[in-house]
Design a binder for this molecule. Structure first.
Ligand SMILES: Cc1cc2nc3c(=O)[nH]c(=O)nc-3n(C[C@H](O)[C@H](O)[C@H](O)COP(=O)(O)O)c2cc1C
Length: 373
């Protein structure tokens, strides 16, 4: 099963299964002399960790990360820095309950990956979904914590903006609320509503989907390239690569279709700092596959969790009709823990493009040109 590596210059290769001994990744291409402490990575992992509220899976994984290589503490400064060599990150699995899956080991969960893995590889690890489990996304969050440090001045934040059919009220958007409710929701009032809504969904033996919005600020203008390395193309690929993702939008996305060209134009004026000032950001900070210097705005939609307590029709690995009920510990809405995962993937894409941009054109820009140049 190849294709476990993300990125070009900032790359990581992930390994591990949901119920194996450990998961982890090797990050290659991280520049040297970046201060990197285990706590920088742990802080991000703690946001994605399961079992933190009744609204996520009750699997109790501390997700304690160990940095196994690629760093060095200089005793003259006492600071741990990256050395530019491969950074291996390791997270042990400590709370697997494989017996939860023995009842369904021969049956395919509708919406899960067992059937397609069997069709393609002739083998699949039914314990928690094996490699198809979102357990793997912990290492993306860990790699993302390193990526965040590569682009100077970069901030990547995300929030849950819709659960099931219920959207937030954008006029109540408050970034400071995001880490204070169990949904990473920027609308406090809607977060209160989500509690009852999700309890109801769970009690009904079902699940729901969500939309996550990511905003990256401090992105230098010029990242990305036309055609096959469009920044928006790579962001879409990275976000679509998250388990359960079913749609990605950049900027106004599908809503741009309903706008006129007059409304959709991101008009420009010169700002006092000698840089252009965009009067709106329908494009989501990317034009021609290249960043404009505005905030990059992306959204992705995740489908409802496929593991539910309501019996669903399916077939088994021997080609017989049957029904399946998924017991065990599952996220009733995977969109909640997908918030830090979306942030991490965007940070990884931006770090990769930052290094590629530097490799191709160096620092600085020729703009603005002198008259006649
Ligand atoms: C944070 C997160 C947690 C998830 N937890 C579960 C889960 O508990 N049960 C489940 O059936 N799917 C869960 N999923 C989704 C499956 O991993 C995913 O649906 C499956 O691998 C099939 O792939 P696909 O939906 O991308 O086609 C989760 C996804 C994410 C992002």
């Amino acid at each position: 099963m190849s294709f476990n590596t993300f990125g070009h210059l900032f790359r990581f290769t992930s390994f591990g299964e949901s119920h194996g001994a450990a998961i982890g990744c090797v990050v290659d291409g991280c520049p040297p002399r970046i201060p990197l402490d285990q706590k920088d990575i742990q802080r991000e992992l703690d946001r994605r960790r399961p079992g933190q509220s009744r609204f996520t899976t009750q699997r109790q994984e501390p997700d304690a990360v160990k940095i196994m290589s690629g760093v060095f503490t200089d005793e003259r400064t006492g600071t741990q820095f990256t050395t530019g060599t491969p950074i291996m990150l390791l997270i042990e699995n400590v709370d697997q309950r494989s017996k939860d899956y023995s009842e369904i080991k021969d049956k395919y969960r509708p919406g899960h990956a067992g059937y397609t893995y069997d069709i393609k590889y002739g083998i699949h690890d039914y314990r928690g979904g094996g490699r198809a489990s979102a357990r793997e996304t912990a290492v993306r969050v860990a790699a993302g914590a390193i990526a965040r440090k590569i682009v100077p001045g970069l901030t990547v934040r995300a929030a849950l903006v819709q659960m099931g059919p219920h959207k937030i009220d954008r006029s109540r958007w408050d970034w400071s609320a995001v880490d204070k409710n169990p949904f990473f929701c920027p609308d406090v009032k809607q977060a209160e509503f989500f509690e009852g809504y999700l309890d109801g969904i769970r009690k009904a033996g079902s699940s729901c989907g969500a939309v996550i919005e990511i905003v990256a600020e401090g992105v230098p203008a010029g990242l990305g390239a036309p055609i096959y390395a469009k920044l928006d193309g790579d962001l879409a690929s990275a976000l679509m690569g998250i388990n359960a993702a079913k749609g990605v939008e950049i900027g106004d996305g599908f809503a741009a279709v309903a706008m006129s060209g007059i409304e959709n134009a991101d008009e420009m004026r010169m700002g006092n700092d000698g840089k252009p000032l965009f009067l709106s950001n329908h494009a989501g900070g990317i034009l021609g596959g290249i960043s404009t210097g505005q905030a990059i705005v992306a959204r992705f939609a995740v489908k409802p969790t496929s593991s539910i307590l309501t019996p669903r029709k399916t077939v088994d690995r021997y080609g017989r009709d049957t029904d399946v009920v998924t017991k065990g510990r599952h996220d009733p809405c995977v969109g909640i823990r997908a918030v830090p995962i979306g942030e991490a993937m965007v940070a990884c894409v931006l770090a990769d493009h930052y290094l590629m941009h530097r490799g191709q054109v160096g620092e600085g820009t020729a703009w603005p040109f002198k008259p006649g140049a």
